[in-house]
Design a protein around this ligand. Sequence first.
Ligand SMILES: C[S@@+](CC[C@H](N)C(=O)[O-])C[C@H]1O[C@@H](n2cnc3c(N)ncnc32)[C@H](O)[C@@H]1O
Length: 186
Amino acid sequence: MDPIPLFNQASLVIQDCGLKGRGVVTRLQIPARTVIDISPILLFPTDEYTAHGQYTQLDHYTYRWQGGMALAMGLGSMFNHSNKPNVGFQRDFVNKLIRYSALRDIEEGEELCISYGPNLWFPDMEDEEESIREDKRERDTDSGYNGSSRDQARSGSPVSDSEDETAESFLGRFTLSHTEDEDDSS
Ligand SMILES: C[S@@+](CC[C@H](N)C(=O)[O-])C[C@H]1O[C@@H](n2cnc3c(N)ncnc32)[C@H](O)[C@@H]1O
């Protein structure tokens, strides 16, 4: 798939991110704390989601929300997961939207990832991809090539925690049963 530029965010593209499927990549540097996107959400009430949504593709995309599960309309549904996210998000229950912002300076060519939290419902391919990149770097170094800017950016240091909410609130099928307890207690 050729990278698809986004009209409202000229520096961002949706592109094939290998084993993770499609993802969001920036073509320009993004300073820390920049608001990257504001996605309105579509709310699925708990009873509807429990009866139907959780058995569908929606379950790969929905966020935990007050009163149910929410689908982020726009970029919010396209961020892949990383254990070292460079994007944080905050849910705005009143206005029914999610704000995404840069947790650190992000380099040109980096994929923008959030954290889905500890309970993933798929094998995390980030490590796999990193080892593939590492192998490639070793081969390229042997051949005198120094690697692309993206390769270098992706091997950077871990991201520090942010006051932004991380994706303990991003839910997949295996964490659904915790939803209401956690929401009720907050
Ligand atoms: C919200 S979607 C992200 C967009 C998705 N890649 C796509 O092409 O539509 C979440 C899904 O992306 C994939 N995904 C996200 N992060 C991943 C990762 N680190 N490793 C493997 N798969 C990942 C999983 O299939 C997950 O269910």
